[in-house]
Design a protein around this ligand. Structure first.
Ligand SMILES: C[S@@+](CC[C@H](N)C(=O)[O-])C[C@H]1O[C@@H](n2cnc3c(N)ncnc32)[C@H](O)[C@@H]1O
Length: 249
């Protein structure tokens, strides 16, 4: 596998931990690391309302954001939680955020997140313009597409633990009860055997009280929902009418 080495992003104009194709030795693409802050295939406010309702009688919920790329997905979840249900912060944290790609996790641990203007507008909207409570912003002059550098503040960094990991190794170690597993927009990079295997691992490990969160691309490009249905999962009946792709047994 060929992975571009992480270097000082200020010194190297085109380097981005986010948004890279990772290829094998022959140059054949394996997966892409693209992610966005407040990716718009989730209705973040309704997701928080749904999860707070589902876990209202539970003292601790294990949130694992797998295949998180450079970490903007768990950061979005945490900001949404702080805006819409700050009273439940302790219940849902620390968030364990993982990705197969070591470079992305390296950048996440460095707390450096290049973002685009679109990302910034979504942060403003989803945090109800309270974003300055959670992040600092700097101009990022080196790349016109990634116009800003986002630096999460302590309230975010204290509540997320970033680690490199492979979802296939980690699912068997999840807590079966009261776990929320993000594994979003990554199933389209798995072949049929791998999708079957991942769904089987999830089916074996997770109990009814747990929730699996897919992304738009998983459902519409990879039919990940069908692999989960075969393992006894069903789409959650979400009373808030969100378009999120939530599954549990
Ligand atoms: C397109 S990104 C999606 C990022 C984020 N979940 C989102 O929806 O914005 C796909 C990510 O899946 C990760 N990935 C691929 N295979 C994986 C595996 N076996 N275990 C963990 N992460 C994996 C890649 O490294 C990449 O960062």
């Amino acid at each position: 596998m060929i992975v571009s080495p992480v270097q000082n992003i200020y010194a190297r104009q085109n380097f981005k931990a986010n948004n890279r194709w990772i290829t094998d030795r022959l140059g054949i693409p394996i997966y892409k690391t693209t992610t966005y802050c407040f990716r718009d295939d989730i209705d973040w406010e309704n997701l928080i309302k749904f999860l707070c309702m589902k876990y209202r009688d539970v003292p601790i919920v294990n949130v694992v954001a797998h295949a998180c790329s450079n970490g903007m997905e768990p950061l979005s979840f945490l900001m949404a939680l702080l805006v819409h249900a700050p009273q439940d912060l302790k219940k849902f944290t620390p968030i364990i955020a993982k990705d197969l790609n070591a470079d992305n996790i390296y950048m996440a641990k460095k707390n450096i997140f290049p973002i685009s203007a679109e990302d910034f507008f979504r942060i403003q909207e989803n945090t109800k313009c309270k974003y300055l409570n959670f992040i600092e912003l700097e101009k990022y002059k080196n790349d016109v597409n990634q116009a800003l550098l986002m630096k999460p503040k302590k309230i975010l960094t204290d509540n997320i633990i970033f680690e490199q990991g492979n979802i296939f190794d980690d699912v068997p170690k999840l807590s079966p009860e009261n776990t929320i597993l993000f594994c979003r927009n990554m199933w389209m990079y798995l072949n049929k055997q791998e999708k079957t295997k991942l769904a089987e691992l999830l089916g074996k490990r997770l109990e009814k009280s747990s929730t699996v969160i897919l992304g738009y691309l998983d459902v519409y490009n990879a039919e990940a929902d069908k692999f989960l249905l075969r393992e006894g999962f069903h789409r959650c009946n979400n009373m808030y009418g969100t378009q999120n792709y939530l599954f549990s047994k």
